[in-house]
Design a protein around this ligand. Structure first.
Ligand SMILES: *[C@@H]1O[C@H](CO)[C@@H](O)[C@H](O)[C@H]1NC(C)=O
Ligand SMILES: *[C@@H]1O[C@H](CO)[C@@H](O)[C@H](O)[C@H]1NC(C)=O
Ligand SMILES: *[C@@H]1O[C@H](CO)[C@@H](O)[C@H](O)[C@H]1NC(C)=O
Ligand SMILES: *[C@@H]1O[C@H](CO)[C@@H](O)[C@H](O)[C@H]1NC(C)=O
Length: 463
């Protein structure tokens, strides 16, 4: 009844309620913010977790999306209703991307043109790499349309205006740059939004670099694909990224960063290639590396890769929720110690799945170093097809591998595993805890059950 009233109110007073701004989120599972868009924009389904205000008008669809999204938020998992939403809104997606496309094509390169109907005066479409820097200086709503960045040319979004929006549209590609220190995309700013238009892809050109060795050797390759640094209150939403060379997101020095609705697909790197000696071609392909950042939220993200899905090496108040991690090394803290920042405080990994991966939940610290890890929670994590460790806490890392001899310079305190469940392969460990002398404290397990493998715990007792 409450819902009916709300809907009636919405229908009557369309536009009176708070409306989401251009390219903002307007729906998705558990979304509680605005579900309608400012004039000239319409709310379009992107995935079950994310609908977005994109240019175009389709009043009927906006209403439909709103209705269904509201319903969805009450349903826990995908249902027939959700698929209906998908079908009805996919059509709109096609329509609005056609509109955007038409505008982008008629725009000549090296110029910036207003887009959309309600984007205000700051809307610019950029179709040539060389025009990015002037758009960054002068526009607050920038669409990067089919950008092909030449070799050694960073898509540099470090000087964005406060609250600027950048939309990746079409296909974004990069010239081959065999340089470990070259960063293909760099973002910085205050209150900024980095997002993607329907159907866009950011392609890192991984096959040009992959040799099975990642950052451990082989040919030079851009080590950090998408650098997000020194942002305050930034949002990164709705991006489709594939084939990044080594690590994908490197996030450092950020305060209040929200990341949601991303699809990171490095599945093409699973197969060996002519340079990888039978191993997966992509290596060290972490999804998210987070350091020296506070109040970061990652939500509703798919990652298919070959290393950590998420790795927190320092920072506070980090929340990771609704991730689907496939093929990599799971949800990790570490390795901690011997770096410029060695403090991790208050990290929550929740409501996520880890599938066909080496590990699911892992905390690793470096041998002979100092640091602090405290208040870490893994809650509502399900795992399957785990080949090494279900739950793993290890204090014996050195040069990226375990030594078997833990040290106690990094303390780990207050670690909760709540409703962590699933299966590992028979050669794997359900639980593996290897703490230094006196350096672990306050580990608790509740509703946690991992089966299929072995156990070994030198602190407390394995559940
Ligand atoms: C939505 O919220 C419910 C209740 O808080 C929670 O159980 C569920 O996991 C959430 N779904 C997602 C995808 O975050
Ligand atoms: C990008 O280029 C493709 C191929 O030319 C075209 O079909 C598409 O509409 C373009 N998209 C955008 C957003 O410019
Ligand atoms: C470590 O990161 C925190 C943010 O989590 C920051 O406040 C602190 O200054 C950093 N410390 C050093 C030594 O860089
Ligand atoms: C510990 O982490 C949880 C999130 O998992 C947070 O809600 C709580 O405030 C933290 N506790 C302290 C003492 O910081």
């Amino acid at each position: 009844m409450k819902q009916a009233t709300a809907l009636a109110a919405l229908a009557l007073a369309a536009g009176a309620a708070a409306q989401q701004s251009a390219y903002g989120q307007c729906g998705g599972i558990n979304w509680t913010g605005a579900t309608s868009c400012v004039s000239g924009y319409t709310c379009v389904y992107s995935n079950d977790y994310y609908s977005q205000c994109v240019p175009g008008t389709a009043a009927t669809t906006t209403k439909t999306t709103t209705t269904k999204t509201t319903t969805t938020s009450k349903t826990t998992t995908t249902s027939t209703k959700t698929s209906t939403t998908k079908t009805s809104t996919t059509k709109t997606t096609a329509t609005s991307s056609t509109k955007t496309t038409t505008k982008a094509t008629t725009t000549s390169a090296a110029t910036t043109t207003p887009i959309g109907g309600g984007g205000g005066s700051g809307g610019c479409t950029v179709t040539a790499y060389a025009s990015i820097s002037s758009a960054v200086k002068s526009c607050t709503l920038i669409t990067l349309s089919n950008i092909s960045a030449p070799p050694s040319s960073t898509i540099d979004l470090q000087k964005l205006q406060t609250s600027a929006t950048v939309v990746f549209a079409g296909l974004t590609t990069f010239g081959v740059t065999a340089n470990n220190d070259f960063d293909p995309i760099v973002v910085s700013g205050n209150g900024i939004l980095i997002t993607g238009a329907a159907g866009h892809t950011i392609d890192g050109g991984g096959p040009n670099y992959w040799d099975g060795q990642g950052s451990n050797g082989g040919g030079a390759k851009p080590d950090h694909f998408f650098v997000v640094k020194k942002t305050t209150n930034a949002r990164i939403t709705n991006l489709n990224i594939k084939n990044w060379p080594v690590h994908c997101f490197s996030m450092t020095g950020n305060e209040g960063l929200t990341v949601s609705g991303l699809n990171l697909d490095n599945s093409a790197g699973d197969a060996p290639n002519s340079k990888s000696s039978g191993k997966a071609a992509a290596h060290n392909s972490d999804g998210f590396d987070i350091s020296s950042s506070d109040y970061v939220t990652l939500s509703n993200i798919n990652v298919h890769n070959q290393d950590d899905c998420v790795a927190v090496t320092s920072g506070t108040h980090i929340t990771v929720t609704g991730l689907y991690c496939y093929g990599g090394h799971g949800l990790s803290i570490g390795s901690i110690g011997g770096k410029s920042n060695n403090t991790v405080d208050t990290v929550l990994f929740e409501n996520s799945q880890v599938v066909n991966s080496e590990n699911a939940c892992r905390i690793k610290t470096n041998s002979g170093t100092t640091g602090t890890v405290k208040n870490v929670t893994y809650k509502g994590i399900t795992m399957s097809g785990i080949t090494d460790y279900g739950i793993d806490v290890q204090q014996d890392y050195l040069n990226g591998g375990p030594t078997g001899s833990p040290t106690n310079g990094v303390t780990i305190s207050g670690v909760s595993f709540i409703d962590v469940t699933g299966t590992v392969s028979s050669s794997a460990y359900n639980y593996y805890i290897l703490c230094g002398s006196g350096s672990c404290s306050g580990f608790t397990f509740s509703g946690t059950s991992i089966t299929g493998g072995k156990t070994s715990c030198n602190y407390g007792s394995c559940p």
